[in-house]
Design a protein around this ligand. Sequence first.
Ligand code: G6P
Length: 601
Amino acid sequence: MCGIIGYVGEKEIVPLLIDGLKKLEYRGYDSAGICVINENGELECDKKKGGILDLENGVHDKKIKGMIGIAHTRWATHGEPNEINAHPHFDCKKEIAIVHNGIIENYSSLRELLKKEGHVFVSETDSEVVAHLIEKFYAERGDLKESVLKALKIIEGTFGLAIIHKNEKKIIAARRGSPLIIGVGEGEMFVASDVPAILNHTKKVIYLSDNEIAEITKDGYSIENLDGKLIDKKVYDIKWTINQIEKKGFKHFMLKEIFEQPEAIKNALRGRIKDNKIKLTIDLNSEDIGRIIITACGTSWHSSLVGKHFIEKITGIPVEVDYASEFRYRNPLVKPGDVVIVISQSGETADTLAALREAKSKGAKIIGIINVVGSTISREVDSGIYLHAGPEIGVASTKAFTCQITALLLIALMLKQKKSALDVTLLNELFILPEKIQEALKSSDEIRKIAEEFKDSKNFLYLGRGINFPVALEGALKLKEISYIHAEGYPAAEMKHGPIALIDENMPVVFVAPKDSTYEKILSNMEEIKARKGRIIAVTNEDDEKINRLANYVIKVPKVCDELLPIINSIPLQLFAYHLADLKGLDVDKPRNLAKSVTVE
Ligand code: G6P
């Protein structure tokens, strides 16, 4: 949940580290800090509660110069967000500085032990224990890497770590469970939690795996496992451009990412449909599959629910959907022949990764649907497909959601084609989907006006049926994530078993109401709301007199086939949540308490 960047080289170090932190701010933004080995060989540091700008303003006057430094943006897990708990953390003599992402599970016993040995702790964090543990071992042999190795053997839990010592011209980086990359430059080297942090400087990246430790100097790197065995790692060439991760004139990343969906879907489809056949790098034979289990968290869980609908319809294979956090802890019944699909935008979500490992240990075949290339989950699946949606920076997921649905549909069609020819109409509809999304995006201004009417509402109900019920869940999630308005998604027919009691003129209801087999039923549900004075916003592809009479506001989307309804219907709901939060003056890209990538359990 935190972001790390470290640098060894000759560039001006403070602006470089601050810029890197800004690119990582989506990972955490409650406090930040920086530490550089200055020209006198001392550790010089600054920390601030708040965002990177607060740190930047403070550090500016200090004129810190040096060639080696580490920095951190925090999302608190242990100890409230304040200056003392902000990273870096230090040993007693302030010779060692560490930045940490993850959770040290045995920190309290280690802390007690080290306190007895005379170490003095200043913060409430679990992370500080790492600095003191390294200090203890450094006192024995005076070798930083060796001391870190010894400490890592004792530490339980997860970590992405970058460590410096004032007397050593290097950074030691290590990972277990929390992502960490090494950036390879010419006469300079980087360590970071994610690629955007270093993309201004290099496109050559190494992904550290669990229990690996790297020694990074200005001129190179070496990577070992915890037994000291050297490891030869692949250097990836990153294809993203810096332009792709900047806002391109949009006020927020979220808005930019909503508008990128036509292009993102094109990329998700690119090269995957040829001569009316689906071509994926997934090794699956529909005859051998007894059951499919899809597991994920958050928005990715919602796309899983959509996937269940059409995978079952198209392939006849039973599909179960489980929250990764539930799946991993309930000793799931996974049988030979089961296929487990894990879906994750970041490829780093701790619960999804643990669910993957649980399913793998029980013999399931694991398929991944991932956006971030080279991420931990992508490296552990048996096979999978990348979304190619490009970087998603806004904490509220948008383009990844619609691309995940697209990817699930491709998998369903691939399984079907082994038995019979594909429905060409559906394939053609997929090809023109980007244009339809473009059309739907034109309602943005109209949706902003509707949002204006509702920005003071305290609660919302989102209703949908069948394949559009998960769309209602996702619409409600978007609203609560960024506008802090309580919103609940519900299957429209279930409304009368509870939520209808809430309906009055203060409870706006958003209906996902396309003209499909459930349309007439949805209209009846609207009548029930109308009778109780509820205000209705309807998203529909229909233009009949009935819906216009029942709904206070009708948002029209283009007509698409049933399988693609969840994608097209999501567009106005994303825009509605965005505009409403923006009209309230909230920080849309960095909603309070949330992190883009949840790498703790
Ligand atoms: C966090 C993010 C959500 C995301 C979820 C799963 O909660 O804020 O937007 O849907 O994690 O993330 P993943 O990267 O695994 O899709």
